[in-house]
Design a protein around this ligand. Structure first.
Ligand code: FMN
Length: 211
């Protein structure tokens, strides 16, 4: 089959202004619960797009690990390529695609590190192997071969044997504080629903976009 022939009509639901409400973070939580009820796997996997000073965009998946009134939290290596780009440019985008519900959510905003205590709490909740992995992997750096990772892992396993593995200083959380959120519900004949929220000082303005 040719790739050009792959297509799907979207028929599951509709989205109107009233259903979307007045607060996009609250509405996101509602859609997230619906995705949980639909038993979608890896519903917290989101694409994170960043760009540094040179404006070249880079996108990759990270896992949403927290959501509250402030915004969307994930954890990573602060010295990674994404960490370096974030240090140069605090404007980022997030993207969720829950294909089983024919839904997409686009989020844009400003990113900042979460307080160290918050990173400590989450780091302690990770499985022991993942905690050692955070020390063992110089994320985004070129390595000569796979074996380096295993050697690093064994080194830190030995270094922290008998004590709780501490959080590496270069590892922690970021929070994306949204200023624009768009909810997309697939509809038949490509006549999709798009409801956009734009931050206006203390509140949000709501509009509808053509698909
Ligand atoms: C399903 C999935 C979940 C991932 N979750 C994370 C995550 O939460 N944090 C992270 O740093 N990388 C995560 N990754 C790896 C990133 O996509 C990426 O490879 C890594 O962060 C390095 O990106 P960078 O070189 O642009 O900094 C995940 C990848 C996949 C496919």
């Amino acid at each position: 089959m040719s790739i050009a022939d792959i297509r799907k009509d979207y028929i599951l639901a509709e989205l109107d202004e009233q259903t979307a409400g007045d607060d996009p973070v609250t509405f996101f939580s509602q859609w997230f619960k619906e995705a949980e009820r639909a038993e979608i796997t890896e519903i917290n996997a989101m694409t994170l797009a960043t760009s540094g000073r040179n404006g070249v965009p880079h996108a990759r998946i990270v896992l949403l690990k927290g959501l509250d009134d402030r915004g969307f939290v994930f954890f990573t290596n602060y010295d990674s390529d994404k960490g370096k780009e974030i240090a140069e440019n605090d404007k980022v985008a997030l993207l969720f695609f829950w294909k089983e519900l024919e839904r997409q959510v686009r989020i844009e905003g400003r990113i900042e590190k979460v307080p160290a205590e918050e990173s400590d709490i989450y780091f302690r909740s990770r499985p022991a192997g993942s905690r050692l992995g955070a020390w063992a992997s110089p994320q985004s750096r070129e390595i000569p071969h796979r074996n380096i990772l295993d050697l690093n892992y064994a080194h830190y396993e030995n270094e922290f044997s008998g004590i709780e593995t501490p959080r590496p200083p270069h590892w922690g959380g970021y929070i994306v504080v949204p200023d624009r959120m768009e909810f997309w519900q697939g509809r038949a004949s490509r006549m999709h629903d798009r409801i956009l929220f734009t931050r206006t000082g203390a509140g949000w303005a709501k509009s509808r976009l053509a698909p």
